[in-house]
Design a protein around this ligand. Structure first.
Ligand SMILES: [Zn+2]
Length: 226
């Protein structure tokens, strides 16, 4: 069996990882049949958010955020669901046993994550959800609310447009003025929609105001028609 010391990339990716997990990885690399590369160790909140958004992770409470997890693959082919991962897992488990450091392999989970290894939560509870993670979750909630408001404003614009189309063709002197007003409102609503996409909680108030304006305009149109 050839020993494969960790390469430069692996050493760089182990920065910030819990020293006990680093020890297990180092021991495993020396006894594994295939060369191990550490593709990821400590992860930033931003990266975790990106991974979750891309469907590559299902949690914002990843053990990577606290330096309690690493992802390992075969340095020769970087594949995921291949027998090499079993060899890496066997080396990691045997190294962990020898060091007396309990680890968990993602390949043993129901939703398999074969490159993933983490320190056992029972023995290494870490800090739970970090403040950064909570902030990230709040930002996610605001983003969702923003999307809902944009949809509402968009729907309001459609209502005004439809009302405008309906008014066209009615022969009263008021119609041109109302139509012009409606057209301006549609333009404004479209503009506000864009502005809203870039702002935070204050959008609730602006969104409500826009919606009230749209409703008022619809009412005025109904009056003209009747
Ligand atoms: Zn992982």
């Amino acid at each position: 069996m050839t020993a494969h010391p960790l390469n430069e990339r692996s050493i760089k990716n182990l920065a910030g990882v819990h020293p006990d997990l680093v020890r297990v990885v180092e021991q495993a690399a020396l006894r594994c049949e295939v060369p191990i590369v550490v593709t990821e160790g400590l992860r930033t909140q931003d990266r975790q958010k990106q991974l979750k958004a891309a469907g590559k992770s299902w949690t914002l409470n990843s053990r990577h955020l606290t330096g309690h997890a690493v992802d390992l693959v075969d340095a020769d082919n970087y594949g995921y669901d291949i027998p090499d991962l079993d060899k890496i897992a066997a080396a990691m488990k045997s190294a962990a046993d020898e060091c007396g450091i309990p680890i968990v392999w993602g390949g043993d989970w129901k939703s398999k994550d074969t490159p993933h290894f983490e320190l056992d939560r029972k023995a290494y509870p870490a800090t739970g959800v970090s403040t950064g993670t909570l902030v990230a979750e709040k930002i996610g909630t605001i983003a969702k609310a923003r999307a809902t408001i944009a949809t509402t404003v968009g729907a309001g614009a459609v209502v005004v447009k439809e009302a405008s189309d309906a008014v066209t063709g009615i022969d009263t002197p008021l119609v041109p003025a109302v139509s012009k007003g409606v057209a301006e409102t549609v333009t404004n609503v479209a503009g506000w929609s864009k502005v809203l996409a870039g702002h935070d909680a204050s959008v609730f108030l602006v969104g409500a105001a826009v919606f009230a304006g749209v409703a008022g305009m619809s009412w005025a149109i109904a009056k003209v028609r009747s």
